[in-house]
Design a protein around this ligand. Structure first.
Ligand SMILES: Nc1nc2c(c(=O)[nH]1)N[C@H]1C(S)=C(S)[C@@H](COP(=O)(O)OP(=O)(O)OC[C@H]3O[C@@H](n4cnc5c(=O)[nH]c(N)nc54)[C@H](O)[C@@H]3O)O[C@H]1N2
Ligand SMILES: Nc1nc2c(c(=O)[nH]1)N[C@H]1C(S)=C(S)[C@@H](COP(=O)(O)OP(=O)(O)OC[C@H]3O[C@@H](n4cnc5c(=O)[nH]c(N)nc54)[C@H](O)[C@@H]3O)O[C@H]1N2
Ligand code: SF4
Ligand SMILES: [Mo]
Length: 700
């Protein structure tokens, strides 16, 4: 292989779905082998630190269980009996089956399904090229950002915010609904540095005492889904105690008497009942942010994975618009830098070929869709074939019993392109082996910061593994597609996309490994106004304007949405039969379902456990370490009880995502989670679930 440079340490990028998108220094042992992976010291955001799971990447890339050649199912579906086939045979069979399905049911019976197993745009989004060229069903992306982004945009009008390096200029950092020790370790690097250098106070708002909260000066442990109550009570206190910046609000927001009257009833006493905090905690938090102009709100995804999550994001985001924190460096808020890339991805996705008449199927509703729910199918015909890359829906998608029932259908032709025999790959008719990031070329955007990074191919792929790019192009050609992209290599695709986006020439970019896409400070901090036409922040969230900007689809009647920043009581209700609230927060050594296959991660998380308070457990006769069953109308899941007092009564936390097969009985945690789309535009409420819990041995 002559395009591999003989170097020992090579620059790369972490491809996983994590806001940090770390710049990596990888030891290249030989053309097939890597050694240690380290965080790049010269990258200001990575700053030499990466998470333990990626530091041990050799475990994953050289894993003995990696898929090495194409396979065809020979036994019953899911039984695990496979026959090795050639790539030629695999493509022949896919082309033949897709052709027959298209002829009988039309192209929309085929649903290419993908997500963010790799965050490289060429290998992640190229599946859309085939989709658009053939007129296959569209995928409405909701599973991760469906509630978070709309909640943010409905206030500011744009998905950007104060540069994260300004945390070093903040006097108070509020880490709200995210657990960076687990999910984006680099934020902690900068938070701890700010505390050391400047004495920055750190507040964490979460529903359990996470490792992040352990390190905070103030931990606010609220009830799941109650963030809107905390945020509106904080604003009540700010107005009451003259801590609101009325001059700022008059100039830069839609603040008016109606909103003020609305907040008058959102008292700390009311919010204490909803959040489970004390009135004193709420008052103290309000005073802290009200008297600290440089307060930085780092708003995460976790607290939006509730049915009221979009409104909670908007409510929390409204606090700095009332204090005027946005006016000061180190103040304001940040969720994602996604609005700043301005990439022209037309070559990757063949967007010009997309037919606006084709239906959009909601990825979070894959269970209802595959089991024939006419509403979820948008009134169209059934899905008869799935082509899956970069995702593991049999494990990560909500309402797993329905997903399983769908995947079990004998009339559904399933192709899964994977690195491992995942819960999803196990259900396939054809399994294809995929490359890993060091084995192909791609570029990566970093949502937690402002760089776009290049990750070159550094080693050879094992066995017969092929990249997503190559598989999509071969399939497209064999299905009769003609498109200029089909003539390119993945490196040329990176280069041409960056060129079209006015990022410059790849040969130049490669010298440093990145392009800086930082917006001017004043723009991203909204210092001169927000991104709605009148420049004003919306305390009355502009959902329709948000839908128009981003092409979001309403899943509820717009009239039911609260008129102002608010606590919205629409979460799954607990009742006598389902007295507990379950959240399924990410575990430190897994990344969604990825790394559940590596020895180091499994050592850290050997079995699926559920945290519960000892006093709740005592009432139910549950012992620490005992097998327990959690259930609701969607199904039952087996875990091991782990006593933990960093929770409110009636709350359960099951960190994941463990493979389904790691649970006794084989039902994974998403069996319990609903697939009903969260308002206003869809998304799965992974942390909003009412359940019962009992010792597993007890008769049911
Ligand atoms: N180690 C690891 N890292 C990851 C991932 C992983 O699975 N494991 N997943 C990656 C992906 S895809 C994403 S999108 C990001 C997500 O990363 P985050 O933005 O951190 O979101 P979550 O991890 O879902 O949840 C963060 C925290 O929100 C809390 N939370 C849940 N409900 C509520 C609530 O109602 N209110 C409040 N205040 N808090 C609540 C959870 O308990 C959790 O501690 O992380 C990425 N990084
Ligand atoms: N209970 C619960 N469920 C959740 C969440 C939660 O917090 N709780 N979080 C949700 C969130 S935020 C998200 S984003 C989703 C994510 O869920 P997924 O998108 O399924 O993410 P991963 O589990 O990382 O799985 C990605 C898969 O892609 C494969 N892969 C990686 N790189 C490549 C490649 O280059 N080519 C191919 N063909 N395959 C590749 C990996 O081997 C892995 O099996 O899960 C959601 N599900
Ligand atoms: S998973 Fe996140 S923290 Fe870990 S190396 Fe990748 S980008 Fe960095
Ligand atoms: Mo995600």
């Amino acid at each position: 292989m002559n395009d591999i440079a003989p170097i020992r340490i090579a620059r790369s990028v972490c491809p996983h779905d994590c806001p940090s998108t770390c710049a990596l220094d990888v030891e290249i042992v030989d053309e097939r082998t890597i050694g240690r992976v380290r965080g790049a010291k010269d990258d200001p955001y990575t700053a030499g630190v990466i998470c333990e799971k990626v530091a041990r990447y050799a475990e994953r890339i050289h894993h003995p269980d990696r898929l090495l050649f194409p396979q065809r199912r020979v036994g019953a579906r899911g039984e695990g009996r496979w026959q090795r086939i050639t790539w030629g045979e695999a493509f022949d069979e896919i082309v033949e089956r897709f052709g027959a399905i298209e002829a009988e049911f039309g192209p929309q019976a085929i649903w290419p399904y993908y997500y963010a197993g790799t965050m490289g745009h060429v290998h992640r989004d190229g599946i859309d090229r085939l989709r658009h060229a053939r007129g296959y069903s569209q995928q409405y992306d909701t599973i991760c950002t469906g509630t978070a982004w709309p909640g943010y945009i409905a206030g500011t009008g744009w998905l950007t915010g104060t540069h994260t390096e300004q945390i070093l200029e903040s006097d108070c950092l509020v880490i709200w609904g995210t657990n960076p020790v687990n999910t984006q370790v680099n934020l902690m690097t900068h938070a701890m540095r700010a505390r050391k250098e400047r004495g920055t106070k750190i507040v964490v708002v979460d529903i359990y005492r996470t490792a992040t909260m352990e390190q905070a000066d103030v931990g606010l442990m609220i009830r799941p889904g109650s963030d809107g109550a905390l945020a509106t009570a904080v604003m009540h206190v700010l107005l009451r105690d003259n801590l609101a910046d009325r001059a700022y609000m008059a100039r830069y927001t839609d603040f008016g008497p109606e909103f003020e009257a609305h907040l008058a009833t959102r008292t700390p006493e009311w919010a204490a009942r909803t959040t489970g905090l004390s009135v004193a905690e709420i008052e103290a938090f309000a005073r802290l942010v009200g008297t600290t102009p440089r307060t930085f709100f780092r708003l995460g995804y976790g607290f939006t994975r509730q049915r009221n999550g979009a409104t909670n994001m908007h409510a929390a985001l409204s606090i700095p618009a009332m204090t005027g924190a946005w006016q000061h460096r180190g103040g304001g808020a940040f969720h994602s830098h996604g609005g700043a890339w301005a990439l022209d991805k037309s070559l990757i996705t063949a967007s010009e070929l997309a037919d606006p008449q084709v239906r959009w199927l909601d990825m979070s509703e894959i269970g209802p869709i595959l089991t024939g729910d006419t509403h979820a199918l948008k009134g169209g015909g059934p899905v008869k074939a799935l082509l899956i890359q970069n995702t593991n829906p049999m494990n990560v998608a909500p309402n797993q019993a329905l997903v399983r029932e769908g995947f079990a259908r004998e009339d559904l032709f399933i192709v899964v392109h994977e690195q491992f025999m995942t819960d999803t790959a196990e259900m396939a008719d054809i399994v294809l082996p995929a490359t890993m990031f060091l084995e192909h070329n791609d570029y990566y955007t970093r949502s937690g910061h402002s760089r776009v990074l290049f990750g070159p191919r550094l080693i050879e792929a094992p066995g017969e593994a092929k990249s997503n790019f190559e598989v999509i192009n071969t399939l497209a050609r064999r299905l009769g597609v003609e498109h200029e992209s089909l003539e390119l290599s993945d490196r040329q695709m990176v280069a041409e996309t960056l060129r079209r986006s006015n990022y410059g020439e790849l040969d130049e970019i490669e010298k440093t490994g990145f392009v800086e896409r930082k917006l001017p400070d004043e723009t991203s901090r909204f210092a001169n106004g927000f991104a709605w036409p009148d420049g004003r922040y919306r305390f009355a969230p502009n959902w329709q304007g948000t839908a128009d900007k981003k092409g979001y689809l309403w899943v509820c009647d717009p009239q039911v949405m609260p008129a102002f920043a608010d606590y919205w009581d629409v979460n799954e209700p607990t009742d006598g039969a389902h007295p507990f609230r379950l959240a399924t927060s990410p575990a430190r050594a897994f990344l969604n379902s990825s790394f559940s296959e590596t020895a180091g991660s499994r050592k850290r998380h050997p079995e699926p456990v559920v945290f519960l308070r000892p006093d709740d457990a005592a009432r139910l006769g549950i012992a620490d370490g005992a097998p327990v069953t959690l259930g609701n109308r969607r199904g039952e899941v087996e875990l091991t009880a782990r006593f933990f007092d960093g929770l409110q009564n009636g709350v359960l936390i099951a960190e994941g995502i463990h493979a389904n097969r790691s649970h006794r009985g084989g039902a994974g945690i998403n069996t319990l989670i609903g697939a009903d789309p969260a308002p206003p535009f869809g998304g799965a409420a992974f942390h909003d679930c009412a359940v019962w819990i009992r010792p597993s041995t007890q008769a049911k």
